[in-house]
Design a protein around this ligand. Structure first.
Ligand code: PLP
Length: 405
């Protein structure tokens, strides 16, 4: 599609139609990327059965969709025989209006994993590396395996303190990165990178580097969003998801926000050509509920603070999280503690090789965190050395895009 065409008005077609059409036009050229042997051979981690035990392992929101979202899903079900073409445009228009964005710079996906992967596929290559923080959310590195891009992992600055992205070191890591990935707040540490550092990244990144700013957890903290850089027309793509604060990980809805020419590039790698009306209805109801974000933000913050304070009182160090997850230094190989907790059906998050003595803990319901305290106390009062993982009922993740959280 020539860049001079205005995606919102080209031939009178809607912006949704434009992006999906653009996707179809180039999908044939890009499809083999998604079936690369690299992907097929990739090792998928196994997750414990979500129906057994307590899961504070995947940064989910156990509260689930809001009451209004549930009602919206129930109400739309009788219309499930229709495509209801207007719903995606309506949803993106609501989000765009709330955030002061041009609707042409918002593209809906079934979650944020797809646009995350597609951005890496679109803008990295063997000559255009991916730069990420470590420990950081690893999903972009899987896409880099497909694009053949070198992955440059940059340790977090002040790892025993603020644990923020080391933006200057990330900028220095490569002369021509295709994508510089900033997760704010960061998964797994739950820490935020200051606005001034993000501004520095935007001002100093090479001119054709894409800053991929993942705001999956932004609703949980007070840090300003990076959406204003999109409004300024910068080389910035911001990702939003309904999987975290909004409790819709299973329903699937998210946005990529960026200049229309950038969105057209990532859309060319795929995505649903029509999104489920249940997810769109729930997302719309969530956006239209002004109490939802502040209420849940406070509930999660209270539980997080109580858990962090308790752990601190027991002599453990945690990252200064402002999100729904944190890293806990268990002062011994994290794998041992994770395994011992799993034998008590208490499932905690994974371990990053850079911090082998730390476990990622998701902030669950208050009752779940009280159960965690009990199980953790029992485990830490026992020797965990030499434990082998219990034979858990597993499900095998089938797709590369769903295996991390
Ligand atoms: N980005 C980050 C930082 C995440 O932690 C996750 C999931 O945990 C995602 C993106 C993907 O979430 P989803 O595809 O459910 O929107």
């Amino acid at each position: 599609m020539p860049s001079s065409v205005d995606p919102t008005t080209a031939n009178g077609i809607s912006r949704r139609t434009f992006f999906r059409f653009a996707a179809g036009a180039s999908a044939l050229a890009s499809l083999p990327l998604l079936t690369e042997p690299d992907l097929a051979r990739a090792e998928f981690p196994k997750f414990a059965d979500p129906n057994i035990g307590i899961h504070i392992d995947a940064n989910e929101n156990p509260m689930g969709p809001s009451e209004a979202a549930r009602q919206a899903v129930a109400s739309i079900i009788p219309r499930g025989g229709r495509y209801l073409f207007n719903m995606e445009d309506e949803l993106t228009a609501i989000f765009a209006k709330q955030e002061g964005l041009d609707p042409a710079s918002v593209l809906a996906f079934a979650g944020s994993s797809e646009p995350l992967h597609f951005t890496v596929l679109a803008f990295t290559s063997k000559d255009r590396p991916l730069v990420i923080a470590d420990p950081g959310y690893e999903a972009p590195t899987w896409a880099a395996q497909v694009s053949g891009a070198p992955v440059l992992k940059v340790p977090l600055a002040d790892p025993k303190g603020a644990a923020t992205h080391d933006i200057k070191a990330m900028l220095a890591a490569a002369s021509n990165p295709g994508v510089l990935y900033i997760c704010n707040p960061n998964n797994p540490t739950g820490t935020c990178t200051p606005r001034a550092d993000i501004e520095h990244a935007v001002a100093n990144a090479p001119k054709d580097t894409i800053l991929l700013i993942d705001e999956a957890y932004i609703h949980l903290c007070d840090t300003p969003s990076a959406l204003d850089f999109v409004k300024e027309g910068r080389n910035v793509i911001v990702l939003r998801t309904f999987s975290k604060l909004y409790g819709m990980a299973g329903l699937r809805m998210g946005f990529a926000v960026g200049r229309p020419d950038l969105l057209a590039k990532i859309a060319s790698f795929g995505g649903n050509n029509f999104l489920p009306i249940t997810a769109m209805a729930a997302a719309k109801a969530s956006l239209l509920d002004p109490a939802l974000v502040p209420t849940r933000k406070k509930l999660i913050a209270d539980t997080r603070q109580q858990t962090l304070a308790w752990l601190g009182g027991q002599g453990y160090t945690t990252t200064p999280s402002v999100s729904n997850c944190f890293m806990l230094d268990v002062k011994r190989p994290g794998k041992e503690v994770q395994t011992a907790l799993a034998s008590k059906e208490m499932f905690v998050g994974r371990i990053w090789p850079a911090w082998p003595n730390s476990l990622r803990i998701t902030v669950g319901l208050p009752s779940e965190m009280m159960a965690f305290r009990k199980a953790f106390t029992e485990v830490m009062n026992t020797s965990t050395a030499g434990l082998t993982p219990p034979p858990l009922p597993h499900r095998q993740a089938k797709r590369p895009f769903t295996r991390l959280s």
